[in-house]
Ligand binder design. Structure first.
Ligand SMILES: O=C(O)C[C@H]1C=CC(=O)O1
Length: 92
């Protein structure tokens, strides 16, 4: 199942820079682990924003929720999910 996911990151301005760096490093490692596993095949920066558009390829809504909830930046994100279906005009 494919899902389009928008993530907007809102780190608190007063967050200790060392804590911030540690969370962002864990986020990167986790994201790259999911990319290598084929669960997160696309991630694109939205120009001018601390946000991304991503595509997730997962087995179920529950799996997507589990993966997103485990993001180290999850407590600092607004996340919007759109379920995707095959378009009838898509060329094979
Ligand atoms: O930078 C972001 O868009 C937020 C987050 C998503 C993956 C990652 O490494 O960081």
């Amino acid at each position: 199942m494919l899902f389009h996911v928008r993530m907007d990151v809102h780190l608190p301005p007063g967050l200790d820079p060392a804590v911030r760096d540690e969370i962002v490093a864990r986020e990167k490692a986790y994201s790259q682990e999911l990319q290598r596993a084929g669960k997160w095949p696309h991630i694109w920066r939205i120009v001018g924003e601390y946000s991304n558009f991503s595509i997730f390829d997962v087995e179920s809504n529950d799996e997507l929720h589990r993966l997103l909830s485990a993001l180290p930046l999850f407590p600092y994100m607004d996340i919007r999910v759109t379920a995707l279906a095959r378009h009838p005009s898509k060329v094979d």
